[in-house]
Design a binder for this molecule. Structure first.
Ligand code: ADP
Ligand code: TRP
Length: 325
């Protein structure tokens, strides 16, 4: 039995890149027999950069609805909001007192963020310690993350080892990062990596007319309609092939190569493929965000109970060591 844990920041609405690059693979992993997944919405982490309450709340809903729409089994796994389980912040304080200042000062993510942002707050500085608390609270063994998070998992291991050594006991389980190099980077509508920060993303849950407006904007070259087109350099083709069957992809490839097939038609095909491929997910997303937000809230509250049951045991173990019991 492997205990898998990962956090998802609520810093925007999930896009096709997040879905294909993180959400679907995490759900697949959670389905494997013998795996037990702890997946949470890192809403406290989002406070380091996002201050507006209603916006955060909307993003939390969007993130939660996406995971449920893509079929996360909340009976088998645990799915909750970080901010609702106070043990995260409590453990974060304890761990702060075991974290060397230079380690945080040398963190790549802090350097990058403080170069970019105007609001360089202390929360940004201790961000990795809150992440360590998230992981250590649940005795998590495997942490599936993107490459940029490798250093945070290393820091978690360092902090946990320091603590274990201090009390000469295995208080914390040392986690391991799982970075899947096979996962591809999904391109955005301009051909760069799809990202919230580049405003080049596709939100597959948009109403049809708005979705079409975004798809229409996918960049293409100026090859005239009659001429054959190179599918391998075209963004619409790449995006299409990510969700199409092999047969559909082969068919579109030959249309491109045959000439007299325009990019506008290809975009329409991609748009329609999104609507058919994700019909169920779009329906479920609307159910949770529009028709029945109470059902979403109930799922999250049930997850919070399950998370708290595990977290409170770890905190009791830690308090005992610290003389706070
Ligand atoms: P964004 O760049 O939009 O802010 P995040 O950094 O919040 O996205 O990423 C959340 C998760 O989604 C991470 O696991 C990341 O690896 C994955 N992800 C984000 N963008 C892409 C992409 N274009 N292709 C594949 N995976 C992605
Ligand atoms: N820092 C992670 C990110 O930006 C999100 C996160 C918060 C996380 N706590 C975590 C990831 C714990 C894995 C484990 O993607």
């Amino acid at each position: 039995m492997s205990r898998i844990l990962t956090g998802i920041q609520s810093s925007g609405r999930p896009h096709l890149g997040n879905i294909l690059g993180a959400i679907k693979p995490a759900i697949e992993l959670s389905k494997q027999p013998g795996n037990e997944s702890f997946l949470f919405i890192a809403d406290l982490h989002s406070l380091t950069t996002l201050k507006d309450g209603p916006t955060r709340n909307e993003y939390i809903q969007a993130v939660a609805a996406t995971w449920l729409a893509f079929g996360l089994d909340t009976a088998k796994n645990t799915f909750w909001r970080q901010s609702r389980v106070a043990e995260h912040t409590e453990l974060c304080w304890y761990l702060n007192c075991f974290t060397p200042f230079p380690m945080l000062n040398n963190a790549t993510s802090f350097k990058e963020k403080s170069d970019k942002l105007s609001d360089i707050n202390a929360g940004l500085f201790v961000y990795p310690v809150l992440q360590a608390a998230d992981i250590l609270l649940y005795d998590a063994e495997i942490i599936p993350v993107g490459k940029d998070q490798r250093q945070h998992i290393e820091m978690t291991r360092d902090i946990a080892s320091t603590f274990n050594r201090q009390y000469d006991d295995e208080v914390f389980v040392l986690p391991e990062a799982r970075i899947d190099d096979r996962l591809m980077t999904i391109p955005g509508i301009d051909g760069q990596k799809m990202s919230k920060s580049y405003n080049n993303y596709i939100n597959i849950f948009l109403p049809e007319n708005e979705l079409w407006k975004v798809i229409k904007k996918i960049k293409s070259d100026s090859t005239p309609l009659e001429e054959p087109k190179n599918p391998d350099t075209d963004i619409t083709f790449q995006l299409y092939s990510l969700i199409a069957s092999d047969e559909q992809t082969a068919e579109l490839r030959s249309l491109y190569k045959g000439g007299n097939y325009g990019y506008g038609t290809a975009k329409k095909a991609f748009y329609e493929l999104i609507l058919t491929t994700f019909a169920t997910e779009r329906e479920r997303y609307n159910y949770y965000t529009i028709d029945n937000p109470d059902a979403l809230e109930a799922e999250l509250q049930a997850g919070e109970e399950k998370a708290r049951a595990v977290a409170s045991k770890t905190i009791a173990r830690v308090r005992e060591k610290l003389g706070f019991s």
